[in-house]
Design a protein around this ligand. Structure first.
Ligand code: SAH
Ligand code: SF4
Ligand code: F3S
Length: 458
């Protein structure tokens, strides 16, 4: 039996893809190892959302390259978004890489590996997803919560973003195959599913009969579609054994009344909305091609909060978009303070090849971008800590996801609003609690997580 070491960079979509790669590799007798020195095959599933993601990968690839010098039989594969984008460059600059394959042909992995095993270097990148999406085997790295791809690709054209060019146009899986997958998960004891897509709130439109391919650029919702994320949530809600349903990532344009009402209605749908705003300034939003204004975004937040008062709303923000003035940046800070997001991921703008904004002349200096980013982070952290502090001494409903590797009396899980909670358990067999929903008393609040304790009688 051969061993595979896999390192995954980037978003949940990549993490889900890696689990499918493990499923495919299992069929040709590769088993996962956590130790790169024992590996016969190393795969890097790459991300290229920002230059820093590329650099993290290059340094790991360098380490694998050195290992290959000691063990020439070691096979090295590069998958994911950077491979999709830079195949030729990778092949010519890293001749020790054996396999380069993209995000659209993961199903071909066993064939490519077998060719490489026979000594033939391979590179296979498809520009488009196959017409009929293949159902891939999977080996999950989690026991209680699972990712389920529901829509691939993104039809938006945000001027900073490389995703549409590497992940292609939106393509939904049918509700039938999704439901089959979730039913299987329920029968295997999984309790929570996160429905995944780069633009998950567009789920179902492209497979609805009144979808117009001509109109289907960004900012399009077909009239009265047969399929939508809201409808999918309702179907999944009926599956016995699944206790929580989430989705990731949404776009404000597609947050419909139907979606908000459905989440308000369905007890298993978590009141958690990750709907990135990106900037709190109208001029910047326009230049980013986000197709909403600050006012529109705020109205969406109001609507969500009026129907689901306790909803968590989280966002991503970019600091230092080309041409962003001090005043425009401060409008973002103001929006963060006014809306009081439950969490925000932030990043300095990173110019990406072949995106419109990389060509613009008004790029902001690294120094200024980083200064703005630091300030924005301090504001975000303050709000998150303040919000989390309100939870001190309260009981929170937590789904037990895992036991700590280092302390068998410590468990981790998440609240319905997706806040990470680490908690100690007195006098219980932790493994027995896996997959259970428990009440945890919060004893410490950090900006990004909570600590708590659970006391069990016997
Ligand atoms: N589809 C999601 C996000 C996908 S990418 C959405 O529209 O919100 C994840 C995050 O990376 C984005 O929300 C954005 O904040 C950030 N990002 C994307 N391109 C970037 C770039 N060129 N520089 C810095 N951050 C970027
Ligand atoms: Fe990128 Fe915009 Fe699509 Fe999100 S919606 S993946 S930011 S192009
Ligand atoms: Fe990165 Fe690709 Fe996800 S670029 S953020 S891994 S879609």
């Amino acid at each position: 039996m051969k061993q595979i070491y896999i390192e995954t960079f980037g978003c949940q979509m990549n993490k889900a893809d890696s689990e499918h790669m493990l499923g495919l590799l299992n069929e040709i007798d590769y088993k996962l190892t956590e130790n790169i020195d024992k590996a016969d095959l190393v795969i890097f599933n790459t991300c290229t959302i920002r230059e820093a993601a590329n650099h993290r990968f290059y340094s790991q690839l360098g380490i694998a390259g050195k290992k290959k010098k000691q063990n020439p039989d070691l096979l090295i594969g590069v998958a994911g978004c950077l491979a999709q984008d830079k195949r030729k460059w990778l092949q010519s600059n890293f001749p020790y890489v054996d396999i380069v394959f993209g995000t659209n042909n993961i199903h071909k992995l066993p064939e490519l590996i077998q060719k490489a095993e026979a000594g033939k270097k391979t590179c296979e990148i498809e520009e488009e997803l196959p017409f009929e999406l293949p159902e891939l085997p999977v080996i999950r790295q989690t026991k209680v919560t699972a990712w389920v791809n529901v829509i691939l690709g993104c039809n938006f054209n945000c001027t900073y973003c490389i995703v549409p060019s590497v992940r292609g146009r939106e393509k939904s899986r049918t509700p039938e195959v999704i439901l089959k997958e979730v039913q299987r998960l329920a029968s295997e004891g999984f309790k929570e599913v996160t429905l995944l897509g780069q633009n998950v709130t567009a789920y179902g439109y492209d497979i609805s009969s009144n979808y117009s391919k001509e109109k289907a650029n960004f900012g399009y919702i077909p009239e009265d579609p047969e399929y939508s994320l809201a409808k999918l949530l309702k179907y999944i809600h009926d599956i016995e054994g699944i206790e929580r349903i989430r989705f990731l990532t949404g776009h404000p344009f597609h947050v419909t009344d139907e979606l908000i009402d459905t989440i308000a209605e369905l007890p298993k749908a978590c009141e958690y909305f990750h709907i990135p705003m990106q900037s709190g300034d109208d001029t910047v939003l326009k230049r980013m091609a986000r197709i909403y204004s600050v006012d529109k975004y705020k109205k969406m937040v109001e609507k969500i909060r009026s129907k689901i008062p306790d909803a968590a709303i989280t966002s991503d923000f970019i600091a230092g978009f080309p041409g962003e003035t001090q005043e425009q940046f401060l409008n973002t800070v103001k929006a963060v303070q006014e809306i009081e997001f439950d969490a925000c991921n932030t990043a300095a703008y990173s110019p990406r090849p072949d995106t419109p904004s990389v060509m613009w002349e008004n790029q902001i200096s690294e120094e200024e971008k980083n200064e703005h980013l630091r300030y924005l982070n301090s504001v975000v952290n303050e709000i998150m800590e303040k919000k989390n502090k309100k939870l001190l001494n309260t009981l929170q409903e937590v789904l037990v996801e895992d036991v700590s590797q280092t302390n068998k009396n410590r468990l981790m899980g998440r609240t319905r609003k997706n806040t990470l909670v680490n908690y100690d358990v007195a006098g219980a067999n932790c493994n027995k609690l896996m997959g259970k929903i428990v009440n945890v008393k919060i004893t410490r609040a950090n900006p990004w997580s909570l600590n708590g304790e659970l006391t069990i009688a016997n």
